[in-house]
Design a protein around this ligand. Structure first.
Ligand code: BO1
Ligand code: ZN
Length: 262
């Protein structure tokens, strides 16, 4: 049986042999040619409800990424979304080196890391139901940019916890942390691109309304290195492999349009 991954025989070019969905015509991620995106007046800003007291409760190494589960009644609406989308989890995609790592690219340029905050449409009741609906998920994508000191406020506390989840399958609880503290300022009024796409991992369901923000989050090389220390294997495994370059290459746009709110 096939365990998907990012390297060799289990890598992105083999996914579609085992997951039909990954061969679809509206896949993610994509390159975003900035000048080609069309201004859409109806988009406006996304409304973040309850986001400032969103609590991060569990960090988990799932072998593919660092996933963070959140609790609290936080949801987004507006910004061209129909209905309410409830926050479910966020996770990261990063590179072994800082010249790559993001899933989306801008004018062909990759960033060292990208964060996805996953929301599902409340109308569908649960994330599993939402995964079968064309507008089931709203995913917010944030790029990272390397700066000498990175983002002190959020990351210093957050990154200390990574040592607890070095191996796949491990998880740890955190004291309350505000996700909002990690976001670019002013996170309520950011410029973004919008298009319809898919999960960027198998089974690649075409159910995601993508919002990719132009403003980056700052991180230092030292902080990025903490992510690069995570292992893709379980602790008991005899082979050691880091989680790195856990990004899918960009997919064809085909006949989709990219909108922007600015
Ligand atoms: S992503 O944001 O496009 N990289 C992405 C990729 C895969 C998922 C979510 C977002 N997968 C789903 C799983 C579900 C799980 C859910 C958790 O994430 O297929 O089984 O419950 O939010
Ligand atoms: Zn993702």
């Amino acid at each position: 049986n096939f365990h998907w991954g990012y390297h060799g025989d289990s890598g992105p070019f083999y996914w579609e042999q085992h997951f039909k969905g990954c061969a679809g015509k509206s896949q993610s991620p994509i390159d975003i040619p900035r000048e080609d995106a069309e201004y859409a007046e109806h988009l406006g800003f996304i409304q973040f409800n309850g986001y400032s007291d969103l609590r991060v409760h569990t960090l988990k190494n799932n072998g593919h990424s660092l996933q963070v589960d959140v609790s609290g009644d936080s949801f987004i609406e507006g910004g061209g979304l129909e209905g309410l989308y409830k926050v479910s989890q966020f996770h990261f995609h990063w590179g072994r080196r800082s010249d790559r790592g993001s899933e989306h690219t801008f004018d062909g340029t990759a960033f060292p890391m990208e964060m996805h905050i996953v929301h599902y449409k409340t109308e569908y009741g649960s994330i599993n139901e939402a995964l079968n609906k064309s507008d089931g998920l709203a995913v917010l994508g944030f790029m990272f940019k390397v700066t000498p000191f990175g983002s002190v406020f959020f990351f210093e506390k957050f990154l200390k916890k990574l040592a607890d989840v070095k191996y796949s399958g491990e998880s740890t609880h955190t004291s309350p942390m505000r996700l909002a503290d990690m976001l670019p300022i002013p996170w309520q009024n950011l410029q973004y691109f919008r298009y319809n796409g898919s999960l960027t991992t198998p089974p690649c369901n075409e159910v995601a309304i993508w919002t990719v923000f132009t403003r980056s989050i700052f991180i230092s090389e030292l902080q990025l290195q903490q992510f690069r220390k995570l292992y893709a294997n379980e602790k008991s495994s005899k082979s050691f492999e880091r989680i790195s370059d856990n990004f899918r290459p960009v997919q064809p746009l085909n006949n989709r349009r990219i909108l922007r709110n600015f």
